[in-house]
Design a protein. Structure first.
Length: 490
């Protein structure tokens, strides 16, 4: 145990000392109340950083080596518009969309770097008997997705790359989703069965998704330019997969069954389940205090592989120790006994996270649970890694949400390594650039500045994005009044 602790400590310090590189910094004086939003243009290999304070919005355009190309400033919209929801982009024009709290009012600001002009548009959304599901940008198109109450249809407010609005309705009236008992219901019914079910966690390829986010039962995957995929793990029997074609807004629904078990098997304990989708392969976890199943299927439901672990046995398909992490890397320990893993993940919300590196699938299985602190009035984070609100004036987006998702979480996990056909490989696992960034933020005193890790005054100054094969962290150093970019590679 001592050797493992010393090895983990040495690895931690080594990564923090050598993994990161500051590639650029520049002078930037900002007001105390400030926020950032970033757009990566992979076609032009450029980055646009938007910063705003109580009076203005400034946009700075960088090339791929983080040299400043040019900048434009505009007046910040009135306080009715609380935060940036998303963006569109066409040629050298970038549109950012601000929204009112109820999303009925949308304000679009267009920053045209070719003409140096600022154009604005106002949109009023009626949102009659509709509830917001998600706001996201896919392939330079911004979508506001709503659920039509009682009926269960999905409505898409589509802002094209030029910033023009169109509305599409996806008819789901004939589709039957599974409730907790496996009985057929419409989408509205299954989502409103419990209030926590309504939230959909977005998953994309900008950074490896954390386990804290992946324990959400409902997810949206946006790794394709012409399709949105919804997955729902309402009960332990199956995963519902709803696919929306973004070209014609047609839909298809498929239920991928979980591992079948016999009634009263494993002492009759009830099962919990979850899933994760990657490269059109669905990884499902099904577990109770006695057993854990991991199954991989294609989107037609054809089984690719199945793995099983019993409570009192070593997990035969894991590649690392079992870790328990409480909020930060510094509060990380190794669990020695196999039974601790299956027992602990059944005391909270089990989940799977997976990312692909060098053709191999790094698969994290485990669970996430709130850290309960005495005297807390509510931490703004749900049991599965969600957030109640963004900082005033800015939406931090998926990558920062992902980065800070372990805050106030107890996470138990182990990592498994699979080849392209999900056969288990007995090889050491690499540490991802995303994990290196987490470690770097805990150790970098200039960024942490003696504050509680990942509190509001910290994460509002961070951006995180992928460009080519590296992850980049941006941070505003308020003491030196400089903006800094750090590079992290696998």
């Amino acid at each position: 145990m001592l050797k493992k602790s010393l090895l983990a400590c040495f690895l931690f310090l080594t990564i923090n000392t050598f993994a990161q590189e500051m590639i650029k910094e520049f002078d930037l004086k900002l007001e105390r109340k400030r926020d950032f939003y970033q757009v990566t243009n992979k076609t032009k290999n450029e980055i646009v950083l938007f910063s705003n304070d109580k009076e203005k919005v400034s946009s700075i355009r960088f090339d791929s080596t983080f040299n400043i190309k040019d900048s434009i400033s505009a007046v910040r919209p009135e306080s009715t518009y609380e935060e940036i929801l998303g963006y569109t982009q066409k040629d050298e024009s970038y549109n950012i969309f601000w929204g009112s709290k109820d999303r009925k009012k949308i304000f679009a600001q267009s920053f045209d770097f070719a003409t140096k002009q600022i154009n604005i548009k106002f949109f009023d959304l009626e949102l009659k008997k509709e509830k917001i599901v998600k706001e996201l940008t896919i392939n330079n198109v911004f979508y506001i997705i709503t659920l039509v109450k009682n009926i269960g249809n999905l409505k898409f407010y589509v802002f094209d790359p030029s910033g023009e609005l169109d509305t599409k309705t996806v008819d789901l009236s004939k589709f039957e989703f599974n409730n907790k008992e496996g009985n057929p219901v419409n989408l509205h019914t299954v989502l409103t069965w419990e209030s926590s079910n309504f939230f959909f966690q977005n998953i994309n390829n900008e950074s490896p998704p954390s386990l804290a986010l992946s324990t959400r039962k409902n997810k949206i995957y946006t790794y394709k330019n012409d399709e949105i995929i919804f997955t729902l793990d309402t009960g332990p029997h199956a995963t519902d997969i709803l696919r929306i074609n973004l070209n014609d807004f047609t839909a298809s629904l498929k239920a991928i069954k979980q591992q079948r078990t016999i009634s009263h098997e494993y002492d009759g304990f009830l099962f919990e389940s979850n899933s994760f989708l990657i490269d059109d392969k669905l990884i499902q976890i099904k577990t109770n205090p006695e057993v854990l199943y991991l199954t991989i299927s294609d989107l037609d439901g054809m089984r690719i592989n199945t793995y099983k672990a019993l409570r009192d046995e070593e997990i035969p398909f894991k590649n690392t120790d079992v870790f328990q992490e409480s909020g930060t890397f510094s509060n990380k320990k190794i669990l020695e006994k196999p039974k601790q893993f299956i027992r602990k993940i059944n005391n909270s919300t089990p989940g799977i996270s997976c990312y692909k590196l060098d053709g191999l699938y790094y698969t994290v299985i485990g669970s996430s649970q709130d850290i309960v602190r005495s005297g807390s009035m509510g931490m703004g984070m749900g049991m599965s890694g969600g957030f109640s609100s963004a900082p005033l004036g800015m939406s931090y987006g998926y990558t920062i949400e992902n980065l800070i998702s372990y805050k106030d979480k107890n996470v138990v996990y182990t990592t498994c390594l699979f080849d392209s056909n999900f056969n288990h490989l007995k090889e050491p696992v690499k540490i991802s650039a995303f994990e290196k960034i987490r470690m770097f933020l805990e150790e970098n005193e200039n960024i942490k500045d003696g504050r509680t890790l990942f509190n509001k005054t910290l994460y509002k100054d961070l951006i995180l994005f992928k460009l080519n094969t590296s992850l980049y962290l941006g941070n505003y150093n308020k003491d030196n009044q400089k903006y800094q970019f750090f590079s992290f590679s696998e």
